[in-house]
Write a protein that binds this ligand. Structure first.
Ligand SMILES: NC(=O)c1ccc[n+]([C@@H]2O[C@H](COP(=O)([O-])OP(=O)(O)OC[C@H]3O[C@@H](n4cnc5c(N)ncnc54)[C@H](OP(=O)(O)O)[C@@H]3O)[C@@H](O)[C@H]2O)c1
Length: 276
């Protein structure tokens, strides 16, 4: 039997199938060239942790108790609706070192095998383009991205090392400046992606990219899975690491679903917030 969850908002209360929940949002129809639809998805504990830091090595990690198959299925449904994914140099380094799994292609996981055909039926290209944000420009393009012939853009700041910029360009990858210092700025990145023809942009990068995209007013929807656990941990990461955000961080709840069978016996909420 298909996994079922409960809709708490908007009314009426209802029992619904998990599979297909986010596909029904039709995100791929919501953007235009002038205003690409930008969405992100984060997974947090009740005390706001999205990652913990190992106090000995300083490395951050996503605690296993935060992740569930249900959340991952919804992540894949969001990815299936994107024509461009925004990732970052840190993820590509972790992927190359085998510290994180590959999430860059539709259909790469059995839990999302049906999404290849779903994308074809809805007239989307087989795979989304990949926009890589990086200040260091130290990463390698994964073999899977080359094999699937995904379009790749590298975004960095004007202060990036010119030798590295030239090296990437020699390899045939466009390097586009989208920030005045070394960092990419959301307010420059998103309009540039719109001009490149992308309408449905899924931010799968970490908190620092979320920070700049929200701060610039370019995020349209935040999907957040909130697991019902108090995580603790002396050193941790939260979703927005920058200074106080103010009204730019005020969101409107669009819908809320409840899964009583979440991680390790704790429940979880699947919330969607609009930022307009
Ligand atoms: N719970 C969740 O939903 C969730 C989601 C995402 C991440 N996480 C976790 O949170 C922790 C920290 O996340 P993270 O390491 O992915 O992300 P991060 O600390 O926000 O950023 C990592 C890398 O992204 C690049 N970057 C970020 N912002 C940039 C900008 N404005 N301009 C240019 N480059 C930029 C940099 O790459 P270069 O070094 O190449 O310059 C940076 O090293 C990790 O443990 C991760 O697993 C959790």
């Amino acid at each position: 039997m298909q996994k079922q969850i409960f809709r708490l908002y908007p009314p009426p209360f209802a029992q619904v199938n998990l599979a297909g929940l986010y596909l029904d949002h039709r995100l791929y129809t919501l953007g235009t060239a002038d205003k690409p639809f930008v969405y992100a998805n984060f997974l947090a504990s009740l005390d706001g942790r999205i990652a913990l830091e190992d106090i000995h090595t300083g490395e951050t990690y996503l605690p296993k108790s935060l992740t569930t198959p249900a959340d991952f299925r919804l992540f894949l449904e969001l990815e299936a609706q994107a024509d461009c994914l925004i990732t970052h140099g840190g993820y590509l380094r972790a992927l190359a070192q085998g510290r994180l799994g590959n999430i860059l292609q539709i259909g790469a996981h059995p839990r999302g095998a049906d999404l290849v055909e779903w994308r074809r039926r809805h007239g989307l290209a087989p795979q989304p383009a990949i926009a890589i944000a990086s200040a260091s420009l130290d990463f390698i393009i994964p073999e899977s991205v080359r094999r699937h012939r995904q379009t790749v853009y590298i975004f960095t700041g004007e202060g990036a090392d010119p030798v590295k910029v030239a090296a990437w360009r020699r390899e045939g990858y466009p390097v586009i400046f989208a920030g005045r210092g070394e960092m990419v700025e959301g307010g420059r990145l998103i309009p540039l992606l719109g001009r490149l023809g992308y309408r449905s942009i899924y931010l799968i990068a970490g908190p620092r990219m979320l920070d700049t995209v929200v701060r610039s007013g370019c995020l349209h929807r935040l999907y957040q899975t909130i697991t019902h656990q108090l995580m603790g941990g002396e050193l941790f990461r939260t979703m927005v690491p920058g200074p106080e955000l103010g009204p730019a961080g005020h969101l409107t709840l669009r819908s809320l679903y409840y899964d009583p069978a979440g991680p390790g016996g704790a429940g979880q909420w699947f919330a969607q917030f609009d930022n307009q």
